[in-house]
Design a protein around this ligand. Sequence first.
Ligand code: CA
Length: 234
Amino acid sequence: MRVLLVEDEPDLGAAIKRTLSLQKYVVDWVLDGTDAWGYLEDQSTEYTLAIFDWLLPGLSGIELLRRLRAKNNPLPVLMLTAKDGLDDMVTGLDAGADDYLVKPFRMAELLARLRALQRRSPQFQPQQLQVGRLTLDYATRTVYCRKQLGEQHVVSLTTKEFQLLEYFMKHPNQILTSDQIRNQIWEMNADATSNVVAAQIRLLRRQLAVVSCAHLIETIHGTGYRLNATDEPR
Ligand code: CA
C-alpha cells in the first residue's frame, strides 16, 4: 500500500509519515504541489491513497485534485485543511476529494479515515489476497502456502517482505524488473540499488522456503522476476 503525502509543514509531514510507516504503508512525502504532480504523473508507481494539504507551495491541494480528476484518475484523496468554512469543504468535495480532515487532528482519526477510504475505493483492500497457492493475510501480516491435501503452512513476514510479496501477487505470472520493484517498494529518493532488490528477493525466498514455496518466485535472468501462480502443490 503506497501513499503520496503532500504536506509542506515539516513537523506535521514527518509525524504523518512516521505514523503511516508504522502501519506498513510505503509513504512518498513531498512538500511542494508541483513536485507532487510529477510523482502522480510517473507511471512507474501505483498509489493506493493520497493525502493533499490544501495550501501548498507550487500547486495547491485543490489544483492537484482538479488535475487528477480531469484525467479521470480515481485515486482516493483525503484533503487536509486548516479551513473549516462550509464553502471550502464544499469546494473540496466538488473538486473530487473523497474526504477531508480539519487541522489539528489526531493521528488515530487520520488512520481511521484512511482505512474507510480504502474500503470504499475501487482498489478495495481485502482482508486477504489469494493467488494460486499463496494467501496473504493483511491483518496478521502472514502468508499461507497451500500444500497437498489442503494442508496450509504459514510464515510471518517483515514489512518489506510483505510489500514485495503483495506486489508480486498483484501481478501474477508477469515479469517484474528490478526497476519496477524498486520503484514500487521503496520510497522515491531511497538509496535502493538493484542489489538491494536482489537481497530483498533472497530474504523473501528464504521465508517462503519455510513453507516450501520458494520456487514460486522465479528469476528471469537478465530481465527480472516472476511469481508463478499456476504452480500446483508438489
Ligand atoms: Ca500548508
